[in-house]
Design a protein around this ligand. Sequence first.
Ligand SMILES: Nc1ncnc2c1ncn2[C@@H]1O[C@H](COP(=O)(O)OP(=O)(O)O)[C@@H](O)[C@H]1O
Ligand SMILES: [Mg+2]
Length: 316
Amino acid sequence: MLTGCGHDVSPNVLVKKEKHFHDTDIHVVIDGIQVKDPTNDFLFEELIGNGSFGQVYKAKGLQTGELFAIKVTPFRSRDITPKQEVEIMQRIYHNNLMSPLAIYYWKQKLYICMDLCCPGALSNLYRKLGPFEENEIAFVAKEVLQGLQYLNDFGYMHRDIKSDNIIINEDGEVKITDFGLTGWIEDREDQKEPIGTPQWMAPEVSQAQEHGKGYSHNCDIWSLGITMIELAEARLPLQFDPPEAVYTFWSEQKASPQLNGNKEWSNSFQSFVQSALTMDPSMRPTAKELLKHKFNSQINITPFTNIFLDSEVTTG
Ligand SMILES: Nc1ncnc2c1ncn2[C@@H]1O[C@H](COP(=O)(O)OP(=O)(O)O)[C@@H](O)[C@H]1O
Ligand SMILES: [Mg+2]
């Protein structure tokens, strides 16, 4: 049993998917949620993130003037995804994973209030500033692996590791966010469909329906490998139109993407990426194993302290 947010909870609770309740009973369904209008407590300012499930707004606390990020997701009584996301966020507590500060439910919407992280998502950063340096990538890799190891120890896999879901705060700390697709490692039924974002998805996840075997937590390691190339080159190594074309691609293709050879990358970075992008999931390392790779000892303090000073870089 592990402790998250000050409560002793069993991760097994997650697999119980209650399907029948009234919206008025939301506080029974999601523990610790406040059923009240968030605009009584926050002034919603600009939209800073628009993902596939929700919108994230910058918001000012009306009492203190403090700034927050609030994720707003439509929520009706039968929706499982936002409910799981909130429950998982309430249970996990680690410096490399985003925690909720408060959760509200009001008029069929969930509001997840979090620390506002500036400069924000890695994808925003490379789109504005270009490719990352190798020492920056090494730092991100280590921090993400630490967060993933914690999630795995808890019995979860994230399933949507990508540059949009890894964010940096003003202290240069790296946080994994967006637990909307996070799954329970043992829940094989849940693994019969490809879940994640196609371009970052491990081959075995994209083939889940075809093979019907399920997959495991090292699917996140593949996605991290793709993200590392993405940061190094400021573009994705594999692009598909439509994105779902990746499913057929991996049924035919048997070679992993690689770092572009035009730039001088260290041997340890190349070997790290190669290891993360091991095609065979039974040979691919877990977060715990990959944390021992020498690439992770390259940098121990954040290289991101000055990014926030760049006025061009803001969230959104
Ligand atoms: N705490 C935060 N601080 C700053 N930006 C954030 C924060 N949380 C999310 N974002 C931004 O909002 C985007 C969407 O949030 P996310 O939780 O990933 O939603 P979705 O589930 O819709 O993808 C992220 O990619 C990021 O750019
Ligand atoms: Mg997201």
